[in-house]
Design a protein around this ligand. Structure first.
Ligand code: SF4
Length: 244
């Protein structure tokens, strides 16, 4: 479990892919339209699909300024401010405004980690254009597997996620890394990986990041994919793929 130092700020966290990054949550509690079996925050109690101002960007910015005042040396070493946190950040209708405000008070790059479910909405895609890096996820391209691993709100449609990702890949000028969370026995069959590969070719991300659960998960018996199999999947997906 990540340490929540403030209401909206967590970390900083050092990771191999981002270096030192400070996380911002765009809602005070878990707010998500998915209920992924591997979620490190536990089950989503009542998925939501409605975009709303789940948190006021001015309040988040006030916390960020306060954190920077209290941690001046760490603030200087930060590589990224990452919008992610407790749930799906693009559910907050003011995410674009928040990106602009963070840019005004820090020289850090801005990353957005999203579950991709709202990328079919042109307003959401436009709101993310100010980010330096977007890491959307796509765990399945098969409806049955998608429902089993990500347990979406009924309003969430897989075909809209895929077309949203394809559009976003064409519109976004920053770095675009597609993340796949692989769970043993659920979405890691070679047949499914081959289907994912052909969809990913249409999306055309800069990188494909393969992940498998290592932290606490929402459900029991959510198993990571053994490293030998991960290497095989990486090989199938080609040179853009990496294990993170
Ligand atoms: S999209 Fe992210 S926050 Fe939402 S349930 Fe899945 S892992 Fe958890």
């Amino acid at each position: 479990m990540l340490k929540m130092a403030f209401k909206y700020i967590y970390g900083p966290i050092r990771s191999r892919r981002l270096g030192l990054s400070l996380g911002l949550s765009l809602s005070p509690g878990k707010t998500c339209n998915l209920n992924c079996i591997y979620c490190q925050w536990g089950r989503t109690v009542g998925t939501v699909s409605q975009r709303r101002e789940y948190a006021d960007p001015n309040e988040i910015i006030a916390e960020l300024k306060s954190w920077m005042r209290k941690n001046p040396k760490t603030a200087q070493r930060l590589k990224f401010v990452t919008l992610s946190g407790l749930g799906e950040p693009t559910l907050n209708t003011r995410i674009g405004e928040l990106i602009g405000k963070v840019k005004k008070i820090t020289s850090c790059r801005i990353a957005v980690i999203t579950n991709s479910t709202l990328l079919g909405n042109p307003r959401v895609r436009k709101a993310l254009l100010g980010a330096d890096l977007v890491v959307p996820s796509l765990d399945a391209v098969d409806e049955k597997i998608f429902r089993r691993i990500d347990r979406p709100h009924p309003d969430v449609k897989l075909e809209k996620i895929i077309s949203g990702l394809v559009s976003f890949g064409k519109e976004f000028r920053g770095k675009f890394w597609l993340e796949i969370m692989l769970v043993s026995g659920i979405n890691d069959s070679i047949g499914h990986i081959n289907k994912l590969k052909s969809v990913i070719q249409r999306i055309n991300p800069d990188k494909i990041q393969l992940n498998s659960p290592v932290r606490r998960t929402a459900e029991e018996n959510v198993l990571s994919v053994p490293s030998v199999k991960l290497e095989k999947i990486k090989k199938i997906l080609g040179e853009k793929a990496e294990i993170v």
